[in-house]
Design a protein around this ligand. Sequence first.
Ligand code: GLN
Length: 483
Amino acid sequence: MHQLTLAEIARGLSAKQFSSEELTRALLARIEALGPRLNAFITVTEDHAIEQARAADARRAAGENGPLLGAPLAHKDLFCTRGIRTSCASRMLDNFQAPYDATVVEKLAAAGTVTLGKTNMDEFAMGSANENSHYGPVRNPWQLDHVPGGSSGGSAAAVAARLLPATTGTDTGGSIRQPAAFTNLTGLKPTYGRVSRWGMVAYASSLDQAGPLARTAEDCALMLQAMAGFDPKDSTSIDEAVPDYSATLNDSLQGLRIGVPREYFGAGLDPRIAERVEACIAELEKLGAVIKPISLPNMQHAIPAYYVIAPAEASSNLSRFDGVRFGYRCENPLDLTDLYKRSRGEGFGPEVQRRIMVGTYALSAGYYDAYYLKAQRIRRLIKNDFMAAFQEVDVILGPTTPNPAWKLGAKNNDPVAAYLEDVYTITANLAGLPGLSMPMGFADGLPVGAQLLAPYFQEGRLLNVAHRYQQVTDWHRQSPEGF
Ligand code: GLN
């Protein structure tokens, strides 16, 4: 049963081949048996899951038949869940229980999904390897001594290992797409404002966006359908109708203009990945797409701009965790200053402290113009590059990452080396555009992903292209040995 996709589960449940409770129990048993090898979960919510599964079965018995009714999933541990710990993989929130559900959690629950637990992640979503977790690193099911990517590494590892058919993730600079690429999944970062951020612990508010991780584009369509939509509780949520994402999955790609930016094929790209992109392009051409070379001239400035803007926003967002209003409090403080200093020093891990310091520095009075303002200007140039490109093409295609997953610990002493791995993903966040990563092959046993980008609110187009590609390829069907 664990090999079933969400769409197959929907059919099985609807045909009464199994109940949600049976499926949930089978997956909980797998999580118990195999989960520890990966460290993909921070919390497993067995009782809660059985309860939700029974409720879903009862709704189905009463005649309801939604596609996600009774479908098991897990949430990245930065979505607030009422009565269930939300840790953000930080000592700071180790014992935090939100008094409410995030909008995404609420919407998926209303659709009838069953929450099996909360997945491991980089602390406060800062990282690209899931090695910055207070609860220890997550392992890549494809090669256990490799990282699964980050920051949604637990979400990705759990789906890749067939512990669950789908999970939620968040993407501030690539944290859905990059772990999807590293673990052979399909992952979608929607347009900024498409999915509500309410109840999602903030990292960098102008970049954060929630989305699904699953095995297929078809499953991502089902997930996004339930997650998307206007939310008056999020002031950046956009009041734009949600199209039927499943209805356009099979649209023809005849004449679709796909732009391939020449800047993507610079010296940093692993030649094995470049080769896979070529093969992916050839496949899409066979489906009728027309390939056009394009240029994104300001791409080289994206990493420096992102690593000013994201830490700046983080330094502000994380100031609330002071040991007074929220979060971990140190033992026996001498006075108020000591309480702040030690609570934050002991509660936050090293990468989070590094980002808070960088961000605070960039926002400080004497440096604001030189760093933050400059980064915002670059952000606009990057957006303009995309707007110009989308005059010529319908979607943009390239690699999701310059390299496949690296070995655990390989970049521990060099944070900048990890930052450079985000080169292809962060531009979509800076511009607010939707992006999708899909499996496109392997490099010596490690999965690699193709990234598709589209104009605002064209998630349906991304899912359509990925779905058509997945009809003629079987990369996404490969599963890691031992799982
Ligand atoms: N790797 C990027 C960072 O560390 C992106 C993380 C994310 O998307 N949450 O900031």
